[in-house]
Structures are given as C-alpha cells and as structure tokens.
Design a protein around this ligand. Structure first.
Ligand code: NAP
Length: 295
C-alpha cells in the first residue's frame, strides 16, 4: 500500500483564498481591515523567520500586520506594557507573541496579559478552558489545522481510535481534546502518549489516526503503524545535510519513507501540517475582526 499524501500546501492555499474573500467583504461591507499585531523579542533566527512568514501571509490576504520587534533585553514589564496598549488598540484584532521568549520573561504572565478576545494563538487559559468545555473560542492553530486536514480529506474520526504522541500545551493536549470533542472532526476515542508511556508501539499499532508531536525524528517507524492508518506528522526537526544549501534539511517525527508504504494517509514534512498553522492564525484573526464588526 502507498499512502495518500495529505497536501497541506494545497489545503492552506484553498483556505487562504476563502479568507482573502472574507477580508475583502469585511472591508467593503463594514470598513474593517483585520489587524494582527506580531511581537518578537530578541534575535532567534528561527523565530525571526516564523514572524516574517506570518507577516507575509497577512499581507497576501489583506490583513494589516503591526510589526513589533523588541530587543533581547526588553523587560517583562515593558513587554506586558506593550500588550496592554495593543489590547486597547481598536485596529488590532489579534495579538501574537512569538514563543519562546528570552529566559528572563515569564511566558505565562505574558500570555495572561493578552485580552482573550484577541488571543488568536488560542493559548490564554480562558480560550483553553472554553475549548475544553465546548464554548466558542479561538482554537490553537496547529491542532485546528490538523483537524481541518483530516476533515477535508474525508478521514473519518467518529468512532475511530486516535493516538496522539506528545502532551505539550500547544500541540499534543489540545489536538487530543479536539479529537475527543462531541463535534465534527471529533468523536474519536483518544489515547495520549508521552515519555512515560510503556510500550509505545502497542498503542500506535491500534491507531486509526496517529498524530505524532514528539519533536524527535523517527519516533514512529513502519512497524509501529497499523496498515491503512492516517498518520499526521507534526514534527519539524533540522537534520544536518551538507547537500542542502543551508547545511540542513527538515524532517518530521515519523520515518516518512518507510511509513508511507504502510499508512493509508500521511502528511509530509515540510508541506503537511506546517502550512496549516499559519493559515489558522489568519483564520482566527479574520474571525476576531468579523466578531468585532458585528458588535
Ligand atoms: P514539546 O513541547 O517538546 O513536547 C514533546 C512531547 O512529546 C512531550 O510531551 C514529550 O513527552 C513527548 N515525547 C518526546 N519523545 C517521546 C517519545 N519518544 N515517546 C513518547 N513521547 C515522547 O514539543 P511540541 O511543542 O509539542 O512540538 C512537537 C513537534 O512539533 C516539534 O518538532 C515542533 O517543532 C513541532 N511543531 C510543529 C508545528 C507546525 O506548525 N508544523 C507547530 C508546533 C510544533 P513528555 O511530556 O513526557 O516529556
């Protein structure tokens, strides 16, 4: 069997085309331009490239992006002061603080400072709570993107066994919660695995849907996958490779080459989950502006 490759780039392109129309309509009908404030502290090269990609994506679909690049030695107080200012700014519908922050800044305090109605990353405890009790909220971008990919590829989740590897607050736990929700794209029976899980393969081999977010290459090998399963590889890992101009290539957490011969569906890295993450950030920002325009 050769798996169907789930094309995240195409899914993202299609959704962005719909969002472009929504943005144009919002502007024409209500005179509202969705605004996203992007906050980056420090010079981390990976964070810089993520922020640049997010701002470029905003520009492409007509979202106004407000660029806030702060030096590494910015104090927690200064950063929270900026967030309070952005909370009050009526042109800003979403606030994104690029993580990780420098060590001297408490991430939790910063997330808590964001107005939950502008928390387009879906990390504020109010949104986490709303998601878990099924109230309207901003869904976290990567998990939401994963559910979207499953749904548009007609991969049934209802009554299926979904196994998630990883229990981080940004991927593993929320994706497990969404898969278990009594809602479309949910209704799965979910098992959440982590480093204390004994005999990981015993669980993964039972999975109809296997979501892998361990941050370690080759966490899942072909012998760990049930034939025909949908395998969603969230991992993004740099592996040294001198044949690439940058000196490295990106790989996921799954042994793609071997697993694609066993699975029914598989996401590639790059080009699978990654493009959906930024798209869902745009989606949340447009949703926030739309809700504001209706007030
Ligand atoms: P994280 O915070 O490092 O969490 C990794 C999780 O995996 C932890 O819960 C850890 O268990 C578990 N784990 C690690 N090795 C394992 C193993 N061998 N067996 C079972 N469980 C294991 O990572 P994250 O932030 O969730 O990110 C995961 C990966 O996704 C990373 O590669 C990251 O770069 C990528 N990512 C991609 C996107 C995207 O848009 N494509 C977005 C976010 C993250 P413990 O809790 O027991 O330590």
């Amino acid at each position: 069997m050769t798996a169907t490759i789930i094309d995240g780039k195409l899914a993202a392109k299609n959704l962005r085309a719909q969002l472009t129309e929504s943005v144009a309509k919002l502007k024409a009908d209500k005179g509202v331009v969705p605004g996203l404030a992007v906050v980056l502290v420090g010079e981390d090269p990976a964070s810089k490239s993520y922020v640049t990609a997010k701002e470029k994506a905003c520009a492409e679909i007509g979202i106004y992006s407000d660029d806030n690049r702060l030096p590494e030695d910015t104090s927690e107080e200064e950063l929270i002061g900026l967030i309070h200012k952005l909370n009050q700014d009526s042109q800003i519908h979403g606030i994104l603080v690029q993580l990780p922050l420098p060590r001297h800044i408490d991430e939790n305090k910063v997330i808590m400072a964001i107005d939950p109605d502008k928390d387009v990353d879906g990390f504020h405890p109010v949104n986490v709570g709303r998601m878990n009790i099924g109230q309207p909220c901003f869904l976290p971008c990567t998990p939401h993107g994963i559910i979207h990919l499953l749904m548009i590829n007609n991969i049934e989740t209802k009554g299926k066994h979904a196994v998630v590897i990883g229990r981080s607050n940004i991927v593993g736990k929320p994706v497990a919660a969404l898969l278990a929700r009594k809602a479309e794209g949910g209704n799965a029976t979910v098992t959440l695995c982590h480093t204390a899980t004994k005999n990981l393969a015993d669980f993964t081999r039972q999975a109809d849907i296997l979501v892998v977010a361990s941050g370690r290459p080759n966490t899942v090998t072909a012998d760990m996958v049930k034939p025909g399963a949908a395998v969603i590889d969230v991992g993004v890992n740099r592996v040294e490779d001198s044949s690439y101009e940058k000196g490295y290539r990106l790989v996921g957490d799954v042994d793609f080459e071997a697993v694609k011969d066993v699975a029914g569906w598989i996401t590639p890295v790059p080009g699978g989950v990654g493009p959906m993450t930024i798209t869902m950030l745009l989606y949340n920002t447009v949703q926030s502006a739309t809700m504001k325009a209706q007030c």
